[in-house]
Design a binder for this molecule. Structure first.
Ligand SMILES: Nc1ncnc2c1ncn2[C@@H]1O[C@H](COP(=O)(O)OP(=O)(O)OP(=O)(O)O)[C@@H](O)[C@H]1O
Length: 263
């Protein structure tokens, strides 16, 4: 389990608190959404969860232990908590897709047969087998996103952080990512998603945490959080369309588009 205990953080360059007094429990086996307007501190919080940044006060804990910031400890942490960055080019280094995905495993000195098996599984999970033999520069943005996700999955870390997984994708690409997320969740992984795609968060997350100007406004069950109209407005966000339909048209509170369409 990944959690933060009253963490606050400011960047050296400016003297303002970017995050203040954040206590969050990211429960194992659950999908947690992290939402907030631009600049509310979501990416910074991800960097703190990964140990890339260190809080000024408070602590981040993995498996009940406060993070240690030595190289070796962080190396261990990466095998438990992995991230998919918003921009796949930040994450992909090789032109050969299979080599790129295999990189971290070969770095660990893993047996080559096991490397190939894991790469194959990760490619299947993100539905990328059919383009896996093309050079990376021939791929679309959406395909690169899927390769980046495969690169994070291959380590088989129990916890995966995804920063804006659907940003820049067309409707089909977005739907593919939703299906991939559902497959990852079905494997029992702990998933944390930071996104401005409110409808995605509503559809796939069990719990949601709302950040506003570096503070945690609320945290809890997805539907309960999104039903709080004033709070969502205060955070500079909008409610998911299924929640608006419920509040404005007095329809049942559907969780998924297909539940509404099939009703
Ligand atoms: N490297 C940095 N140095 C100084 N300030 C930074 C740095 N990175 C982010 N900030 C500031 O920290 C605050 C939070 O930024 P952050 O990127 O964490 O927010 P965010 O919620 O992820 O935003 P967005 O939704 O736009 O991606 C902002 O005021 C931003 O200007």
């Amino acid at each position: 389990m990944l959690l933060t205990k009253r963490i606050s953080f400011k960047y050296e360059q400016n003297n303002q608190w970017v995050l203040e007094d954040i206590s969050l429990t990211l429960a194992a086996g659950k999908v947690t959404g992290l939402i907030g307007a631009n600049g509310s501190g979501k990416s910074t919080l991800f960097m703190l969860l990964l140990g890339i940044l260190k809080p000024n006060t408070g602590e981040v804990c993995w498996d009940g232990q406060p993070l240690s910031y030595h190289k070796e400890a962080l190396y261990q942490l990466r095998q438990n908590v992995s991230i998919v960055f918003q921009d796949p080019d930040q994450q992909i280094f090789y032109t050969d897709i299979r080599s790129d995905i295999a990189f971290a495993l070969r770095n660990l000195g893993m047996d080559e047969e096991e490397v190939l098996r894991r790469v194959d599984n990760a490619l299947t999970l993100v539905d990328a087998q059919h383009f896996a033999d093309q050079p990376i520069q021939y791929l679309s943005y959406g395909q690169k996103k899927r390769v980046a996700i495969a690169g994070a999955l291959v380590l088989d870390a129990p916890c995966i952080l995804l920063d804006e997984p659907t940003a820049g994708l067309d409707p089909l690409g977005r739907q593919q990512i939703i299906e991939i997320l559902q497959r990852i969740v079905a494997e029992g992984k702990q998933v944390v998603i930071s996104s401005h795609d409110i409808d995605l968060i509503y559809q796939v997350c069990d719990e949601v945490s709302v950040l506003h100007k570096g503070r945690l406004l609320t945290s809890g069950d997805t539907q309960q959080v999104f039903l709080q109209t004033e709070l969502i407005k205060q955070a500079g966000l909008v409610q998911p369309w299924l929640v608006r339909l419920h509040l404005e048209k007095e329809l049942p509170l559907y969780r998924r588009e297909q539940d509404f369409l099939g009703s």
